[in-house]
Design a binder for this molecule. Sequence first.
Ligand SMILES: NC(=O)c1ccc[n+]([C@@H]2O[C@H](COP(=O)([O-])OP(=O)(O)OC[C@H]3O[C@@H](n4cnc5c(N)ncnc54)[C@H](O)[C@@H]3O)[C@@H](O)[C@H]2O)c1
Length: 302
Amino acid sequence: MKNFTNRVAVITGGASGFGREFALIGARLGMKLVLADVQQDALDSVKAELEALGAEVLAVRCDVRHADQIQALADATMARFGAVHLLFNNAGVGSGGLVWENTQADWEWVLGVNLWGVIHGVRIFTPLMLECAKTDPEYEGHIVNTASMAGLLNAPTMGVYNVSKHAVVSLTESLYQDLRLVEAPISASVLCPYFVPTGISQSHRNRPDDVANAARPTISQLAAQAMSDKAVSSGKVSAAAVAEMTFAAIGSDQFYVYSHPQALGHVQKRMEEIITQTNPGDPYAGAEHVREMLQAKLKAGA
Ligand SMILES: NC(=O)c1ccc[n+]([C@@H]2O[C@H](COP(=O)([O-])OP(=O)(O)OC[C@H]3O[C@@H](n4cnc5c(N)ncnc54)[C@H](O)[C@@H]3O)[C@@H](O)[C@H]2O)c1
């Protein structure tokens, strides 16, 4: 996708972090913007921020876990702007801890937002975008799904999140192949950030009641929360810089987008382990203090 001016971008999780930064760049490029998020006050404030920059904005309260709400988002977008060119399936949440200690509610919440949200987005918006392409000879479209480096690696105490993000990488590669197969004027990218300062480690702020946990967090869940708070808040690459990289990738039709290419050595090592049937190595090699911190907290609480 080369031309952004006057084109329509839909951004889930648009009220914070990467989503807000995508919207700010979209506004700068003269795009019409649709923001979808569960947090109404944050949605209102980003909408006002974008309108102050002169952008046309539709803000929709939408829980991406639910197909009917994504359908309503698509309908509202078409009613207001008449087309969709750029879709960011970006809303996401995290929940940590030893994988056998995660509750069914943890799985339903994280897979509901991180995976089903992307599935609904792809299933409902891709046919719509293909229809838009039929009526516009100049049409260009692009779908960006936000996965994570956790979609390419499997660090301990991040199991539910890892599963959700591996599935998003797979879904996006599949989407890319299918779009190529039908020679659609639409492409796809998968964004795989490492730890970047955003609201992600506080995602429980928007955890809905229907997936609330009755019990208090376990020791491993508290340890994982402390690890994620520290890793996210001390990230050195900004969300704004990651959003810039993502728009550059859309412009050059680059599929894999990494915030920290230096972390790819771990991915290469994992791929080699798979091919050579070597047991999984330590994902914290080179950052042993993280493993030590987790183990110390687990032992102290045992
Ligand atoms: N920040 C990081 O370190 C990092 C690393 C890898 C991947 N990611 C991914 O980036 C994406 C964006 O997260 P972020 O880091 O900007 O965090 P963030 O918390 O700042 O933004 C996420 C947004 O998603 C919204 N959201 C949560 N549940 C929702 C739902 N059910 N429906 C609609 N919106 C919902 C939140 O209200 C929030 O506005 C997520 O998919 C996350 O997993 C983040």
